[in-house]
Structures are given as C-alpha cells and as structure tokens.
Design a protein around this ligand. Structure first.
Ligand SMILES: [Zn+2]
Length: 218
C-alpha cells in the first residue's frame, strides 16, 4: 500500500465534533432520535436512492440518498454557511462496495480561488469522515482543479455542464495503477465526476469509481 501525506481525522475527534445526542441532525429539534440521529419527521424524508445509471469512463457509482429539499438545506448549510457538523451526518450515507478494492479515496477538488473564499472543500471534509470509518486512505494531492469554471448549477443542459467542466482538472502521475474512488456530495448529470475520471485514467489510474451522498439524477 502506498503512503499518502494527508492527515486522517481520528475517531475520537469525530465524537467531539458531533452535536449533542438528543438534537435531530437535520432540523435541530430536541427529540427522540433513531440510530442515524434523525427525528421521526425527518426520518420519513431521508430516502435511500437506487443507483442511477452511469457511463464510462466511470467504472461504478454508489449513491446514498435521494436528493430533496431537506437534504438540499443540509448540503447548502455545510457548503455555503460552513456548518461542518452536517459532514459526519452526510458522510454516513457514503458506501464503498468491497468489490471495488479501492486503494485510495479522492475528493472532487475545488479551484483554489473558490476554496479560499469558502474556507474549505466540503467534499474533502466528507472524504475525511469516510476514510476514518473505512480505513481506506485518502489523498487530495492526486487530483487538482486547475481551470476556473462557473458553478455547474448554472447549467441545466447535460451538454452545457460537460462543456463547462471540460479540461478543468489535472491528475498527479502518482495515480498510475491505482483503483480510485471519487467522493462528492451530489450526483446530478455526472459531468464533473466523468471529467475527473477521464483525467485520472489518462494519468494511469486503472479503475475510477464515484461515491456520492445523494443523487438528483432521474
Ligand atoms: Zn428532524
């Protein structure tokens, strides 16, 4: 196994970061909670997602939940308002199939300018929690966003999204021979993870999978 320089967050730290045990993760109300930290009302709105169809160059896709207004609020709160406590909640729905034999988890990178403004990369935060749980190492050094692009949400048409993100990433030659799992929050048309997978494979990755918290693809 290769060694990667990124630090992992220890399990103990995860416990310290988690909010109190009696407040629902999503609505924050004090309530009787289920094992996932949800009140009865939110529970009915957190729905597992059947795996959406995907295309090459992706070799597999794992998605946890169906994207809806409740999840949208949680994800936006994490991304835009730096409410990092949503990360461990959302990360529990990321699942890596054993058959993938993953060598390393790679968060979908942000352009450095955007990351500077936002203060952190939410996909990297999700990846840290997943890495701590699965013991699969992660690296933010294998893939970088080197071209600035407009936010994908501005484009509805899949072709426009592909065009917007094209040639935006650069892979490190160290990804040669690795089975890589890309980690992101939402799978919509797949344009971003397809572009990441293409870039990683051109640099020698043998398999590239994607694992996302939720999907809004139909
Ligand atoms: Zn709730």
């Amino acid at each position: 196994m290769r060694r990667f320089s990124d630090n992992r967050i220890g399990e103990t730290m995860l416990d310290l970061l988690a909010p109190g045990p009696y407040h629902c993760y999503l609505c924050g109300r004090e309530s009787v909670l289920d094992a996932e930290g949800l009140c009865e009302e939110c529970r009915t709105q957190v729905l597992l997602c059947p795996t959406p169809s995907y295309l090459q160059p992706l070799d597999g896709l794992s998605v946890g939940l169906q994207y809806n207004d409740l999840l949208k609020r949680a994800i936006l709160s994490m991304k835009m308002h730096r409410n990092r406590q949503f990360a461990p909640f959302l990360a529990q729905y990321l699942t890596i199939p054993d058959a993938w034999q993953a060598d390393v988890l790679v968060p979908v990178p942000m352009h450095p300018a955007r990351e500077l403004v936002r203060g952190f990369n939410h996909s990297e935060l999700l990846t840290q929690y997943l890495s701590a749980r699965t013991k699969i190492p992660y690296s933010s050094a294998l893939l970088a966003k080197t071209r600035y692009s407009l936010p994908q949400k501005r484009f509805l048409d899949p072709a426009a999204r592909r065009k917007n993100i094209r040639n935006s990433f650069t892979a490190d030659p160290a990804c040669k021979g690795l089975r890589i799992v890309l980690i992101d929050d939402i799978f919509t048309t797949g344009a971003t993870v397809y572009e990441c997978a293409k870039t990683l494979k051109q640099a020698g990755a043998i398999r590239v999978y994607a694992c996302c918290v939720a999907s809004s693809s139909r």
